[in-house]
Design a protein around this ligand. Structure first.
Ligand code: AMP
Ligand code: ZN
Length: 492
């Protein structure tokens, strides 16, 4: 089944195929490391991760490159306000970004080039554009791209440029849709600003040239796929296309993927609106990264998703349901034999899962396919109809699901500990955070061992000891559930 993905450039759902038939080259715009990321930013990154995991599951290798923008207007402004250099300012936010990315179950990109380490390639690209008559220098020593020299400018965002005035210029990295203008590729340094001495003069690169230069340096002149959030389509990606294609004369990216926004009460989650949550904020409120990842993925990437705490709670209990189900199936004991209907349902679920993701990453249908199986299998188990021969096919379907969704294990322990240490220091420990803290003191193996001790205590009719263990665990947010299949535990 060839995966199909909507292509913003062609406006069609199209097969996603590596040009060399083996390895898909993917460039996904990375973070600007000027602050902690919010979960809106991560909606984009977890969908790119899901796509990559799915392609790999389908036997397509992915060379995933994500840039780290470690110089831009905001970084320069914030570093100056703190009286530190940009090199002193950015590492802590880059570290936090990577911690969050990993806690959210994302694979590390294969390469994470830094803008500040690829300045010569950016300079060379601007020089090429100058030779082709598409770059010009202004009096202050900045360099701009001449959009009127590029007849295809606007082809990604489908902008009508008829009202555009020749020579109108913009020098900020981010600007609005109605201001298609010549944009800065190189900015002359203002006094005291971080700058490089190059043949272009004393200055620094603009944001758009960074991505053009790094994408082509690490992945070649034509990429299979370029991805980012919907806000990057214009001007950022449009400008990347203009710069790259004007320099090489080749198509820059064959496929473009844009992930739509995470909203809060109908508005984009963003730093400037002040309506944002970081991963750390939510961990301190007692939510786990797995639940956040599942929430961000449950609505397909081409639909906006409205963030609510009810939605997050629903997502947490959905993850819990899957974990409980897996434990139940694993533990048994199940009668010998094989239930043919349930076997068919397991195979159908696995097939429907893959078909849904192949169809423009329909994560909602993929999720529904797995929950259908959970329902069928639980009903069968309740009636003694889940048989030994059904266990492996069910677990296989769950494994296939989790290779892509990656929510059945928690991976946020280290960062949750970090967030808690910070909250403690600041005197901001909430009740949920205290409970999380207590629960993190126990590893899964510790809990298993206590659960076994409690079962032994019960067997030897030492009920006081058994109850004491249960109560201690409950105080640490770990709930035990006795069922006819044995004892199950979960972190609240
Ligand atoms: P930034 O660090 O602001 O450059 O953003 C990093 C990535 O997050 C970009 O791909 C943005 O398009 C994306 N992004 C920012 N805000 C949101 C949001 N509310 N929902 C989804 N993606 C977002
Ligand atoms: Zn970019």
């Amino acid at each position: 089944m060839t995966p199909q993905l909507f292509n913003t450039l062609s406006t069609q759902v199209e097969p996603l195929i590596p040009a060399d038939g083996k390895t898909l080259t993917l460039y996904a715009c990375g973070p600007t490391v000027y602050d902690y990321g919010h979960i809106g930013n991560f909606r984009t990154f977890v969908h790119v991760d899901l796509l990559r995991r799915f392609l790999e599951q389908q036997g397509i290798a992915v060379k995933h490159v994500m840039n780290i923008t470690d110089v831009d207007d905001k970084i320069i402004r914030n570093a100056a306000a703190q009286g530190v250099s940009i090199a002193e300012y950015t590492p802590r936010y880059e570290r936090a970004f990577l911690e969050d990315l990993r806690a959210l179950g994302c694979l590390d990109p294969v390469l994470m080039p830094h803008a500040t380490e690829n300045i010569p390639e950016m300079v060379a690209l601007i020089q090429t554009l100058e030779k082709r008559g598409l770059a010009y220098r202004t009096e202050d020593g900045s360099w701009y791209f001449r959009i009127q020299g590029d007849p295809e400018y606007g082809k990604l965002s489908k902008k009508d440029l008829s009202g555009n005035t020749a020579g109108a210029r913009v020098d900020v990295d981010e600007y609005e849709k109605d201001s298609a203008s010549d944009f800065a590729m190189w900015k002359a340094a203002k006094p005291g600003e971080h700058a490089w001495d190059t043949v272009l003069g004393h200055g620094r690169p603009g944001w758009h040239i960074e991505c053009s230069a790094m994408a082509m340096k690490f992945l070649g002149e034509t990429l299979d796929l370029h991805a980012g959030g919907e806000d990057l389509m214009f001007p950022h990606h449009e400008n990347e296309i203009a710069q790259s294609e004007s320099a090489t004369g080749k198509l820059f990216a064959r496929h473009w993927m844009h992930v739509r926004f995470l909203l809060v009460e109908g508005r984009k989650m963003s730093k400037s609106e002040g309506n944002f949550f970081t991963l750390r904020d939510l961990l301190l409120r007692g939510y786990r990264a797995s639940a956040i990842r599942f929430l961000l993925l449950s609505v397909p990437y081409r639909h906006q998703l409205n963030f609510t705490f009810d939605g997050l709670a629903e997502s947490a209990s959905a993850v819990e349901r899957l974990r409980t189900f897996r434990q139940r199936v694993q533990h048994g004991p199940w009668p010998a034999g094989e239930n043919a209907d349930l076997l068919t349902q397991s195979n159908q679920a696995a097939h429907a899962f893959t078909a849904a993701l192949s169809n423009d990453l329909n994560t909602a249908e993929a999720r529904a396919a797995i929950f259908d199986l959970v329902r069928h299998a639980n009903t069968a188990a309740d009636h003694g109809q889940l048989l030994q021969g059904n266990v492996q096919p069910i677990l296989n379907a769950l494994t296939r699901f989790d290779q892509v969704f990656n929510v059945l294990e928690d991976r946020d322990t280290a960062i949750a500990r970090g967030a808690l240490a910070w909250a403690e220091q600041e005197g901001k420990l909430t009740e949920a955070a205290t409970e999380l803290q207590a629960s993190l003191e126990l590893s899964d193996a510790d809990i298993e061992s206590l659960v076994a001790q409690r079962s032994d205590a019960k067997k030897s009719r030492n009920f006081a000891r058994a109850d004491a263990i249960r109560n201690d665990l409950a105080a640490k947010g770990i709930l035990l559930e006795d069922s006819k299949d044995g004892v199950r535990w979960k972190r609240k």
